[in-house]
Design a protein around this ligand. Structure first.
Ligand SMILES: Nc1ncnc2c1ncn2[C@@H]1O[C@H](COP(=O)(O)OP(=O)(O)O)[C@@H](O)[C@H]1O
Ligand SMILES: [Mg+2]
Length: 343
């Protein structure tokens, strides 16, 4: 089996283990909640059951953490020995395009937070372009207030150059630059030429360009889908999401190999309706990434308009793992004192 394939398997294993860990952490928190309602264990008929459940979940969590550490080390070793099998080298320019298999699957949440993580962890110039329709909401996810938007770039496409583009961008505290979507409905849609021009100018100035395309397929003819771009196809485990993903992969991405990364968002390891085999069949290959369902964090960060990847949570860890892989960085950042995403 090719080395790249082994690395893909390690990556998928790591992503699965992270979801399992998120599940166990949630289970433990629920047990802790329910035991806190019980004042005295001795008089609690359920006491031994809860104690047993807690011990079981703690042991599983510890085992999962060890598995994550082992997989992280194995992935780091494999990537160091075979740097060419990584998604891209640290020095290369990258175009990373997030496409939803359907509206509402979490494309903006993932694209925006992935972009923040790429900007922070690579330390390189990074741009997020929001092409989501009708209004896009990357700005809301990141808590930035834009003055200009992509509409300005498209309206004056002829005079778009690096300086003009720079004047349209909004800065995020992470160092990420953002070209937001218009905040109001715009009558004219950008032409393919205008999109291509924007991408060409953006790639002159930025090492990493990340695009939130939402679920739109009308830009297929643009350079967003050129061979060097990595497409992150975002789906969820559900009948229509998996069916859409299946059609998209078969019709447009069958030949793309590792330049297509399939991301299963809001993933819970124990779904009753779909097992791994069903999911892999629908996607025609195993999912590359699984992002845990993390409603509380998604909700909290939406209400406070802060990028969720800036705080530690199961979903933040999973997104950062993806971002580090995209930049050719080892999965496990050098441990800083006090705080680690993988602690
Ligand atoms: N992993 C996740 N866990 C829980 N909620 C999520 C997750 N990802 C996204 N969401 C929530 O799903 C909703 C849709 O997300 P959004 O990123 O706007 O989707 P899209 O851009 O595909 O329309 C939002 O309320 C978001 O907070
Ligand atoms: Mg969106």
């Amino acid at each position: 089996m090719a080395v790249g394939r082994h690395i893909d398997i390690l990556r998928a294993g790591l992503s699965r283990a992270c979801c399992l860990r998120a599940d166990l952490e949630r289970e433990l928190a629920e047990i802790a909640d329910s035991t806190s309602q019980v004042p005295d264990d001795e008089h609690d008929a359920e006491g031994s059951t809860l104690g047993y459940e807690r011990a079981r979940a703690s042991a599983l969590l510890a085992a999962t953490r060890r598995e994550i550490d082992d997989l992280t080390d194995a992935l780091a070793r494999a990537s160091v020995r075979h740097p060419e099998s990584g998604r891209s080298k640290l020095s290369s320019r990258r175009l990373m395009v997030f496409l939803g298999a359907k509206g509402g699957v979490g494309t903006t949440t993932l694209a925006a937070n992935f972009a923040v993580a790429v900007a922070q962890d690579s330390g390189q110039k990074t741009l997020l372009i929001d092409l989501g329709q009708p209004l896009g909401d990357a700005a809301i996810n990141l808590g930035v207030a834009p003055e200009y938007s992509s509409a300005n770039a498209f309206q004056e496409s002829g005079r778009l150059d690096a300086n003009f583009l720079a004047s349209l961008l909004t800065a995020h505290s992470s160092g990420l630059s953002v070209l937001t979507a218009p905040t109001d409905f715009t009558p004219a849609q950008p032409t393919i030429e205008a999109i291509d021009k924007l991408l060409a100018v953006a790639r002159q100035s930025f090492r990493n360009v990340i695009v939130d395309m939402g679920a739109r397929l009308d830009l297929r003819a643009s350079s967003l889908f050129e061979d060097t771009a990595v497409i992150y196809l975002v789906a969820q485990v559900g009948i229509s999401e998996l069916r859409n993903a299946n059609r998209l992969i078969k019709h447009f991405f069958a030949e793309r190999g590792p330049k297509l990364q399939i991301v299963l968002n809001r993933f819970t390891p124990h779904t009753l309706t779909f097992d791994d085999e069903h999911i892999t069949k629908a996607l025609t290959r195993p999912a590359t990434w699984r992002i845990p369902d993390d409603y509380a964090t998604a909700r909290r960060t939406q209400n406070t308009a802060t990028a969720l990847v800036l705080e530690d949570s199961p979903i933040a860890r999973a997104i950062r793992l993806m971002a580090r892989d995209a930049c050719g960085l080892p999965a496990n950042p050098a441990k800083k004192k006090g705080f680690s995403f993988f602690s």
